[in-house]
Design a protein around this ligand. Structure first.
Ligand code: CAP
Ligand code: MG
Ligand code: MG
Length: 487
């Protein structure tokens, strides 16, 4: 054991000593959920003292060693088992018998990113990655209906599924909403989603929105000869209303595969996510992560990463989760965050009958990230048969400030096309409206697949040419910002 570790151990009080084992023989022996945190203690504690306080509070302990603990309760103590003093990283192992049986994700998160995020003893605590013991995976649902099922339904392979979010985000009537959906599908798009706040607003009653979307979809399918999908936001004030919305959609005549259930997973909560997964295993469960920035933004010292959020979404069984645009779009998130997350939910490394997950490596600099992503893509195997012993893939949903010009740059970073992309302004801001916007997106994808430069392809594809002209213009606010910076 390193000298500095021995010195740190000597500084621990009796309670803290019960939450550390720097010689843990085999953390991956199946008994533990493994975690790695970036941790900076407050000025009064050293990193190991703070880490053991975190391990205590996030498993069996509290501020003092209590008289009531028992030999068995001590067995349930989380253990700090590794340190990186240079990078301020601490690894903590959680006996997974701590967790609610039957596969409850909400319960795990309450432990490992619950009270500990509010502790005075730490200045920074960010959960960077988690590793689920394969034995533990038996208890969790994992995805049921996947992007592979959606591809089969749409007959769309070897390219991203092209989607939009109806915009304006809110304020259209149910008929106007359905018109926009129709225009996107008629323009060649595959997938339309409600935006994250869509619910039962008085100017757009839910039941009418559902009925009109059905009419719009039938019309578009008939005219294009192509199947279409709509992702309905079923988030609601209570579970009865959420289920009522799901049933309304299922009874509106949509054929299986033509609809998905969108859930605002952060604000509606993990119990809502798992309820949908367990009640509707035949439906694509779409996790929108509005609010995740409060936990995941890189500049936020407290919380967890996009990778952690995405892995738990897969464990809970969602079919797809927004994983960010790796800095290409409008939302914060860098390649090492967004793309490692996207890759980590798509596949496991299958080694015989043990499914060894890859840890997301924490790269030092951005250039490491793209190297890592390519490495990631190389050594990842997507489970071919989704065998009963593994967990099905969860698909990245790539959205946020994208437009047809940004499709190829994102695919180049992602290094594969197995995802859904949804573009809101990127379609509806097109000078000739939604239908042309959709066609421009389809043409941008065609250019990518034919390996033709997008500007070259635009020469005989007017909708794409107009999109390039429009989206190449810097938005006023960016121009003004740049001007101000220069002055
Ligand atoms: C995108 C979007 C999505 C974001 C969420 C929005 O619209 O509808 O909610 O993608 O971010 O409201 O911003 P635009 P993320 O395409 O018009 O930007 O996907 O990173 O969770
Ligand atoms: Mg949105
Ligand atoms: Mg994003």
């Amino acid at each position: 054991m390193k000298k500095e570790h021995k010195q740190l151990l000597k500084t621990l009080n009796e309670k803290q000593q019960a939450y550390v084992n720097l010689n843990l023989p085999d953390p991956k022996n199946g008994e533990y959920l493994l975690t790695v945190f970036h941790l900076v203690p407050n000025e009064k504690l050293n990193i190991l003292q703070a880490a053991t306080e975190v391990a205590a509070e996030s498993s069996t302990g509290t501020t003092f060693k209590v008289q009531t603990e028992t030999p068995f309760s001590r067995e349930m103590n989380a253990l700090v088992y590794q340190l990186d003093l240079k990078k301020n990283l601490v690894w903590i192992a959680y006996p997974w018998r701590l967790f609610d049986r039957g596969g409850n994700v909400q319960n795990i998160l309450t432990y490992i990113v619950g009270n500990v995020l509010g502790m005075k003893k730490i200045n920074t605590l960010k959960l960077l990655d988690v590793w689920f013991s394969p034995v533990m995976l038996e208890q969790y649902d994992g995805p049921s209906y996947t992007i592979d099922d959606m591809r089969k339904y749409l007959d769309v392979y070897d390219r991203p599924i092209l989607g939009t979010i109806v915009k304006p985000k809110m304020g259209l009537t149910s008929a106007e909403y359905a018109e926009v959906a129709y225009d996107f599908w008629a323009g060649g798009g595959d997938f339309v989603k409600n935006d994250e706040p869509q619910a039962n607003q008085d100017f757009c009653p839910y039941d009418k929105m559902v009925r009109y979307v059905k009419k719009a979809m039938d019309k578009a399918v008939k005219e294009t000869g192509k199947k279409k999908v709509h992702s309905f936001n079923v988030s609601a004030a209570d579970f009865d209303t959420m289920i009522k919305r799901c049933e309304m959609i299922r009874n509106a005549g949509f054929e299986p595969g033509s609809y998905a259930f969108l859930i605002d997973g952060i604000t509606a909560g993990w119990t809502a996510v798992q309820t949908l997964r367990r009640r509707y295993p035949d439906v694509f469960i779409h996790f929108h992560r509005a609010g995740h920035g409060g936990f995941t933004r890189p500049e936020n010292p407290m919380g967890f990463t996009v990778l952690v959020l995405s892995k738990f979404a897969r464990l809970a069984g969602v079919s797809g989760i927004h994983t960010g645009t790796a800095g290409v779009g409008k939302m914060s998130g860098k390649p090492e965050e967004d793309v490692v997350a996207a890759h980590n939910i798509l596949s496991y490394i299958a080694k015989g009958h043990f499914f060894e997950q890859s840890w997301g490596k924490i790269p030092e600099k951005d250039e490491d990230a793209s190297k890592l992503v390519h490495e990631d893509a190389i050594h990842h195997l997507i489970l071919e048969d989704d065998s009963w012993r593994g967990m099905k893939k969860c698909c990245p949903i790539i959205s946020g400030g994208l437009n047809p010009m940004l499709l190829k740059p994102f695919i180049d970073i992602m290094n594969n096309t197995d995802f859904i992309t949804t573009m809101g302004a990127g379609v509806h801001a097109h000078p000739r409206g939604t239908k042309a916007g959709a066609t421009a997106l389809v043409q941008a994808c065609e250019a990518y697949l034919k390996k033709i430069d997008i500007k070259e392809y635009a020469k005989d594809h007017p909708e794409l040419a107009e999109a390039i002209k429009f989206f190449s213009k810097k938005p006023k606010d960016v121009e003004v910002a740049e001007e101000t910076e220069k002055s």
